[in-house]
Design a protein around this ligand. Structure first.
Ligand code: SF4
Length: 323
């Protein structure tokens, strides 16, 4: 693929520095691979507010919506410090970051599965919620690609995350050029991605780009960006991606042998049932697009929504466990 490198916020303990409360570091293959293709901004909120390494663990405390962040061993309450750091660090974040990969389960960085305890005492009741920093990242960067490293071990979640992330980075190029031409090209290249995510969204965005009211490019680009990200908000079902590949098959099927077609349909079944990644039928189709020179399909981002190096590294059979 071409286009801008996404800028991604990472929890620093995810392979960047041993900054966990116990002096440890977390091994995360997705982060190791992603770092090669993005501008990485690692941050450790707990170290940034002055807690050392190693340190006594902190906990989320509270039963309602109002939670506090405390260090039970010392009795120190770091809620205000964490709020102040988060507000300062994330000022203007929506313009700076295309996405974030944060540490799962952390009272600071977790985005959905940090434990919040009713009391500071050991063994008190707990529930799962977002950590302080993770919640603010999700609020400020709503519409961006945000996940934790644990969920990114799931192939479908990872493919969706990477597609969103690199789409945002590409769209920044359109925003910076402020030309209708650039928007029309972007839309035409993302047509099959949109078809997989939302056929309604694809048609609405097509009407917007046609621009019957002759609106100014900047207004159109702003509206398109918001609607495009909304269309990509939820991961597509595998069946939708299969439909797109069947649509593509229509462009090449007359030139394939019966055995080639049968083999392709088998790989589609394997993808549908989760035995292979989307990259398998997609690469096969791509080889035919190159061989038969089908310009409409050759330009479609669907066949390479993120760098091929990430496919080789992550989707070639490794790391397909489902949580
Ligand atoms: S989870 Fe967040 S706060 Fe905790 S060590 Fe990692 S980066 Fe620091």
């Amino acid at each position: 693929m071409t286009g801008d490198r996404p800028t991604v916020l990472f929890s620093r303990c995810l392979g960047f520095e041993p900054c966990r409360y116990n002096g440890g570091i977390v091994s995360a293959p997705i982060v190791d691979a992603l770092r090669l293709f993005v501008n990485a901004v690692p941050v450790c909120p707990e170290v940034s507010i002055g807690l050392g390494v190693p340190r006594a663990p902190i906990r989320l405390l509270g039963t309602g919506d109002t939670l506090r962040l405390v260090q039970p061993e010392t009795g120190v309450d770091v809620t205000s410090l964490m709020h102040a750091f988060t507000d300062g660090f994330l000022a203007g974040a929506e313009k700076l970051y295309d996405g974030a990969v944060l540490k799962s389960g952390s009272p600071s960085c977790g985005i959905r599965d940090a434990k919040a305890y009713a009391e500071a005492e050991r063994g008190s009741a707990s529930r799962r919620t977002a950590g302080f920093f993770g919640r603010s990242v999700a609020d400020r960067l709503s519409g961006s690609a945000i996940e934790d490293e644990g969920r990114l071990r799931n192939l479908d979640i990872r493919q969706h995350f990477l597609t969103q992330l690199f789409a945002r980075a590409r769209f920044r190029t359109v925003e910076s050029r402020r030309e209708t031409r650039a928007l029309v090209l972007f839309h035409s290249q993302y047509k099959l991605v949109l078809m997989a995510y939302s056929q309604v969204g694809m048609r609405e965005l097509g009407r917007l780009v046609a621009n019957p009211q002759r609106r100014a490019a900047s207004a159109m680009i702003a509206e398109y960006g918001a609607r495009f990200m909304a269309a990509l908000a939820r991961a597509p079902r595998r069946g939708s991606a299969v439909n797109v590949l069947m649509h593509a098959l229509g462009y090449v099927s007359e030139r394939l042998t019966p055995r080639e077609k049968a083999f392709f349909l088998t790989t589609l079944d394997e993808y549908r049932s989760g035995r292979v990644s989307l990259a398998v039928p997609s690469s096969l189709m791509r080889s035919w697009i190159v061989r038969f020179e089908v310009p409409y399909l050759a330009d479609q981002v669907f066949f390479e929504p993120y760098p091929r190096g990430l496919v080789d590294e992550l989707d070639s059979g490794k790391g397909r466990e489902v949580r």
